[in-house]
Design a protein around this ligand. Structure first.
Ligand code: GCO
Ligand code: MG
Length: 441
């Protein structure tokens, strides 16, 4: 385009000629969405859902995480049946506009399945934007406010000694933060596999069971051992996973205060968040909540009344990077810190999105990290690296991650890490008390 035409165009659009020149020089007409595909793969036995958006500019595409492992097949359907026909032909460079359009197009909204489908698209558009700009996504968000991302990893065991040994190993590998969980003899615990001893022998329904009171007393013994063996300086975290009654949480909060945890996660379930007003009055133990949240109203009071210290959302469950960065900014105003959910059932794309936010927000708290095994690395290259307790994102444009789709097909849904057939299509079963009462997972 001749300079005089550029000037005319600039005058007409009040955009400096240099900017127009940059666009023209870069040959960057607005990319349109040409295709929306879903990569469904389970390289570590957990179902991962990644959305791939291809644009009408050859070689310009992006990936986004939409992983909801317990209902992964429904997310695949939601993308293929509803978002794909809705999106084809739309501009790929209007991220929040597309997010709002997707969010409102189902009329009823804020469900985990639809939010994950929207997240897959959203994160893919951020990937595309980064590839277009030739920058990692963290640069698009304003650049780093810290050099790397401090992480916590999981130590667990059927016995307290096993958990303590695992914690010691993680500390020797440079971890400054460790989550500790222990089995309960004769019972099925969260986060530590099966307790030692016979299972379910005394339950009325003769199956594995979980008794909250036994979990609480066992966990207090665990904390005593961890503090005795690892000392006061290591940061200890623990996840109750919503499995006790709020009244028990009031007492447990008092009892564990002496162990100075870095945070205590999910003391109650999302349905009981109103109890945080009381829990907050009975303990100085820092509180973390949010991995189960899908609706803004679930966190609004917790954040604005400073009832929690760490927000723990699984960012694809709330719709992706776009809403998560808004949530991080809301939390910053109340000095609530972030601790995004980062288990094995988040894809490496999702982990990169977590770490991208962690690098760019002042109110970062801590990042849950789950190591990628060699199969995950066979499917996903350029994944965030982890050294000496810190996570580092790729410096390549976008997320910096490429997916080997041939390898992804080697690990279809339905099989565990050692190839065993998984039941319930990746869904979870039930957790019952000794008398057979169902309790939350
Ligand atoms: C955590 C979580 C996980 C979830 C799992 C659900 O704190 O990492 O509680 O362990 O249970 O991600 O699929
Ligand atoms: Mg948890």
């Amino acid at each position: 385009m001749k300079r005089r035409d550029l000037v005319k165009l600039a005058l007409a659009s009040y955009v400096p000629a240099e900017a127009i020149a940059w666009q023209a020089r870069k040959g960057m007409p607005s990319p349109k969405i040409k295709d929306v595909q879903v990569i469904a793969t389970a390289p570590a036995g957990l179902r991962l859902v990644v959305v791939k958006i291809l644009t009408d500019q050859d070689g310009l595409y992006g990936y986004g995480c939409g992983t909801y492992t317990q209902r992964a097949d429904l997310v695949v359907e939601a993308v293929n049946r509803y978002l794909k026909p809705f999106l084809i032909g739309k501009p790929a460079d209007r991220i929040d506009d597309i997010w709002q359009a997707n969010y409102n197009s189902s009329y009823w909204r804020n469900s985990p399945v639809l939010n994950n489908a929207i997240s897959g698209v959203d994160q893919a558009l951020w990937d595309i934007k980064g590839r277009q700009a030739g920058m990692p996504v963290y640069q698009l968000l304003g650049g780093k406010v810290r050099e790397a991302v401090d992480t916590y990893r999981h130590a667990s065991g059927a016995e307290i000694s096993e958990c303590v040994d695992q914690a010691k190993r993680l500390v020797s590998e440079g971890q400054r933060y460790v989550r500790v969980q222990v089995g309960i003899p004769g019972q099925a615990a969260y986060g530590a596999g099966q307790g030692s001893g016979s299972r379910g022998a005394t339950s009325l329904f003769n199956g594995p069971f979980y008794e909250p009171a036994a979990y609480i007393s066992r966990t207090i013994k665990l904390f005593e051992a961890v503090r005795k063996e690892l000392g006061p300086d290591i940061e200890i975290l623990h996840d109750t996973h919503e499995r006790i009654h709020p009244t028990q949480a009031l007492q447990m909060g008092k009892d564990i205060e002496q162990f100075k945890l870095f945070f205590w996660e999910d003391p109650v379930s999302p349905e009981d968040v109103a109890w945080f007003r009381r829990i907050r009055q009975h303990t100085t133990t820092p509180l973390a909540m949010g991995e189960l949240f899908t609706h803004p109203l679930e966190w609004m009071d917790l954040v604005s009344e400073r009832l929690i210290d760490f927000i723990r959302v699984h960012i694809s469950m709330i719709g992706g990077l776009t809403p998560a960065r808004k949530l991080a900014t809301l939390c910053e105003a109340f000095n609530v810190r972030t601790a995004w959910h980062g288990p094995g059932d988040v894809s490496p794309i999702g982990h990169a999105a977590n770490a991208t936010l962690d690098l760019t927000i002042p109110n970062f708290g801590i990042q849950e990290y789950s190591a990628f095994n060699e199969r995950v690395r066979e499917v996903f290259s350029g994944v965030p690296e982890h050294k000496n307790g810190y996570m580092y994102v790729s410096e390549a444009p976008g997320w910096g991650i490429e997916i080997n789709e041939t390898a992804a097909k080697k690990y279809p849904f339905g099989f565990g890490e050692s190839g065993e057939k998984k039941s319930l299509n990746g869904g979870w079963g039930e957790v019952r008390r000794r008398d057979g009462t169902i309790i939350k997972q």
